[in-house]
Ligand binder design. Structure first.
Ligand SMILES: [Fe+2]
Ligand SMILES: [Fe+2]
Length: 156
């Protein structure tokens, strides 16, 4: 990876994912390439949540950030369930339902990302041990989300 802090790389991922969902909504949610953008953004968000829960949070919990991390994990469950709702709307070809759920997802992301960047990413580079930081770095480059994975806090 380039010379960039982990915190900056993760923030850039937030911007990219949000940007894709915003582009879908801005296009009225009807144009086919914008649906592809949305599907890619949702895949990106699932992978991002996985990498945080598997590679970032465990090490930070051990460094004492227990409380804020629990809050973030709880919100990951909400994000995950909202994405499941969007998948269903897409499958049904329900464009208005998809748009409504995307707006809801962006509202959740706004709050989640702001807190995560302020409380967690700001300290991540200082707190992560070398092993955790290199595992996270590797995953950022090439890692793939296991198909059967979901956050513990997601319902059913
Ligand atoms: Fe997160
Ligand atoms: Fe994040």
């Amino acid at each position: 990876m380039e010379q960039q802090t982990l915190g900056a790389a993760l923030e850039a991922a937030h911007r990219e994912i949000d940007g894709g969902i915003e582009a879908y909504l801005a296009a009225g949610g009807t144009v086919q390439d914008q649906s592809d953008t949305l599907v890619r953004s949702l895949a990106g968000l699932r992978r991002h949540i996985y990498l945080e829960e598997e590679f970032l949070f465990p090490s930070l919990k051990r460094s004492g950030l227990m409380g804020p991390i629990f809050a973030m994990e709880r919100e990951h469950g909400q994000l995950w369930n909202t994405m499941a709702g969007i998948d269903t709307s897409i499958e049904r070809g329900d464009a208005p339902g998809t748009r409504t759920a995307c707006t809801e997802l962006l509202t959740l992301l706004d709050k989640h990302n702001a807190m995560e960047e302020k409380v967690i990413y700001a300290q991540a580079d200082g707190l992560l041990d070398v092993a955790a930081s290199s595992a996270l770095d590797d995953f950022l480059g090439f890692g793939v989300l296991p198909s059967d994975w979901s956050p513990r806090s997601a319902l059913g």
